[in-house]
Design a binder for this molecule. Structure first.
Ligand SMILES: [Zn+2]
Length: 156
């Protein structure tokens, strides 16, 4: 069947099976960034003294002035929701009863995209304070998923 032939009533789509795998090296800054999460459950950034910016995830060079960065700073495990979305479909295409919440968490002058949990969709809002919940040390493997999720900071 060519592109111009159509089956009445059938959805027109480009069918495909696109298995993708990749390997992205940590690099020097990423190595320390992920190792500190894995070994110490702490989130580090690198600071550019010229631009007064703290990069999270840590980077080896300032993206603004290209200076090499070697000043490491702990940004803490708390940030705030900068943006979020609700996922009503699983990665396999199956619908979800309760949406998964994915947010960009602002940390330093950067941040991380991660899951939000221990919160309902109605409670999520831009700017709310959240904190990282780390997996138990024995389960950490040196990935961003060593942070199980972020959750709202409880008042008090
Ligand atoms: Zn800079």
């Amino acid at each position: 069947m060519s592109l111009l032939e159509r089956t009445p009533g059938a959805p027109q789509a480009w069918q495909g099976d696109f298995p993708v795998s990749n390997r992205y090296t940590f690099g020097l800054a990423g190595e320390r960034f992920f190792r500190t999460i894995k070994d110490e459950a702490r989130i580090l950034g690198t600071r550019c003294p010229k631009c007064d910016r703290v990069y999270v995830p840590a980077t080896a060079f300032c993206e603004r002035c290209l200076s090499p960065l070697d000043e490491w700073v702990e940004v803490g495990n708390r940030g705030e929701v900068f943006s979020f979305t609700l996922l009503y479909v699983n990665y396999d295409g199956a619908p979800r009863q309760d949406p998964e919440i994915v947010a960009f968490i602002k940390l330093g002058d950067g941040g991380l995209v991660h899951r939000l949990a221990e919160i309902t969709p109605e409670e999520v809002a831009i700017g709310i304070p959240v904190e990282a919940v780390f997996k138990p040390a024995a389960e950490r493997s040196g990935s961003i998923l060593d942070i199980a999720h972020f959750r709202p900071v409880k008042p008090g």
